[in-house]
Design a protein. Structure first.
Length: 194
């Protein structure tokens, strides 16, 4: 029982500065965790600090991904530009379907548990379900903020209530300001790379 409590305390602890925490439960029910990417199979990312993607390097790597067909399908179903949805995915998880942020956001589009419930997202680590939920959420934000890209992105990062709290403007939060700039940069590069 003590191990289980320690495990959850560790999950709730901020981990900025670490790349990730990996873990698995063995046959005896013992939790194994490490901050060094394990060579053996069975480990999953438990916590990821979502270090920003270096401009250029990951854009080339992610210009074509295994998720492009899902991004296109769910973007079009929600009347969104697939490049925007993909830019958000790159900024959020760098294409890692098992990503978990230190705040609890999960999957490719880094959906928070409360938002997942609102969107009826059952498995946040399923790429199709996560991309579908992320696209639906972006559509809701698009409607709420009347297509204003900066407000849509700020709301995706900090929550719509924060954008409204700051009189329908990007909240003066450095993480959110940088996030909006980063997604807009990725969006522009993805559109230019066609």
């Amino acid at each position: 029982m003590l191990r289980l409590i320690l495990f959850f305390v560790l999950l709730m602890t901020p981990v900025s500065g670490l790349c990730a925490i990996y873990g698995y439960v063995d046959a005896q029910g013992v939790y194994h965790m490490t901050n060094i990417k394990p060579a053996s199979k069975g480990y999953h990312v438990l916590i990821d600090d979502r270090t920003p993607v270096a401009p250029g390097s990951s854009m080339r790597k992610l210009s074509k991904t295994a998720y492009d067909h899902l991004i296109t399908q769910h973007s079009q179903a929600n009347g969104l530009d697939p490049h925007l949805v993909k830019a958000v995915m790159i900024a959020e998880s760098n294409g890692n379907p098992r990503a978990v942020s230190n705040k609890g956001a999960q999957g490719l589009m880094q959906i928070m548990p409360g938002t997942a419930q609102l969107l009826d997202l059952r498995d946040p680590f399923n790429p199709e379900e996560n991309i579908q939920a992320g696209a639906r959420y972006l559509k809701l934000l698009h409607e709420l903020f009347k297509g204003n890209l900066e407000l849509i992105l700020a709301a995706y990062n900090a929550g719509p209530q924060r954008v409204m709290q700051y009189n329908m403007s990007v909240p003066p939060i450095s993480e959110t300001i940088n996030y909006v700039k980063r997604v807009k940069l990725y969006y522009s590069r993805l559109k230019d790379s066609q």
